[in-house]
Design a protein around this ligand. Structure first.
Ligand code: GLP
Length: 244
């Protein structure tokens, strides 16, 4: 891993570790940005004395942002499987620790309501980890999107299906057309929001998200309303920001 990429992953993994140690519920994300983060996080937890690691794992509580409709546990391209491979298996997390919407639910709209209720019953999110879509989406909150949007089932944009096609053999048509996502409402209700952005291709959308007035066309721009927003970006992603 390049030094810059490692610095980002290490910083974010440190924040996850802290949040877990203080008993906060984690809001977890998928995507390529998170792969190095989870690798470093796993290495960090594995380096702990076994009793300390066990203590952290036994108090684990997490909710993922989203899942494709039609895919679930055991489907190679599901986010459930991504999380199992990145965290569940390497950390030997007990079954059910990693909570995600059930993409295989018969009624996805009802599943979105159930998932939001489950999150509320757990007291909401302590630390929300977020990646940034190239069209400004967070979770799967596609533009246009208002900050009041709740957990729901929605149709993915053509650009998002294109962006995520690599995991589906490169075919955008193979990417499910719909997904269940936590809404901006649940995301903005988290105690702390940690937006993680890497790569030059995200530089312009990161600038619009942070340095233009919030608007529905850039869902991530509503994060500016969150008092506990923190942004961790590598140099390429931060290159369009006006930092004074
Ligand atoms: C995906 C996910 C988001 C993720 C974003 C960026 O579609 N739903 O949660 O943050 O797109 O993904 P990547 O990190 O691969 O660029």
């Amino acid at each position: 891993m390049e030094a810059d990429a490692f610095a980002v992953a290490d910083q974010v993994a440190g924040r996850l570790h802290e949040a877990l140690a203080s008993g906060r519920t984690l809001g977890l994300a998928t995507g390529r940005t998170m792969e190095p983060v989870y690798r470093v996080f796993v290495a960090r937890l594995r380096a702990l004395p076994p009793q300390e690691r066990q203590r952290l794992i036994s108090s684990w509580s997490s909710f993922n942002l989203d899942e494709y409709v039609g895919l679930g546990d055991g489907d190679a391209c599901s986010f459930a499987q991504f999380m199992a491979l990145q965290l569940g298996e390497p950390l030997d997390l007990p079954q059910g620790c990693l909570r995600l919407p059930d993409g295989r639910a018969v009624d996805p709209e009802a599943e979105a309501i159930r998932y939001a209720q489950q999150l509320r019953a757990a007291g909401g999110i302590g630390l929300q980890l977020l990646g940034l879509g190239r069209n400004g989406h967070v979770g799967f909150n596609e533009p246009p999107c208002r900050p009041e949007a709740c957990c729901r089932c929605l149709t993915l944009s053509a650009s998002t299906r294109q962006q995520n096609a690599a995991a589906f053999g490169g075919d955008p048509q193979a990417v499910p057309a719909r997904a269940i996502t936590l809404g901006l409402a649940e995301i903005l209700a988290a105690e702390t929001v940690l937006l993680v952005v890497t790569g030059a291709e995200k530089a312009e959308i990161l600038r619009r998200s942070l340095q233009e007035a919030p608007c529905p066309e850039v869902p991530a721009s509503w994060l500016q309303h969150h008092r506990g927003l923190q942004v961790i970006a590598d140099q390429s992603a931060a290159s369009a920001l006006c930092l004074s």
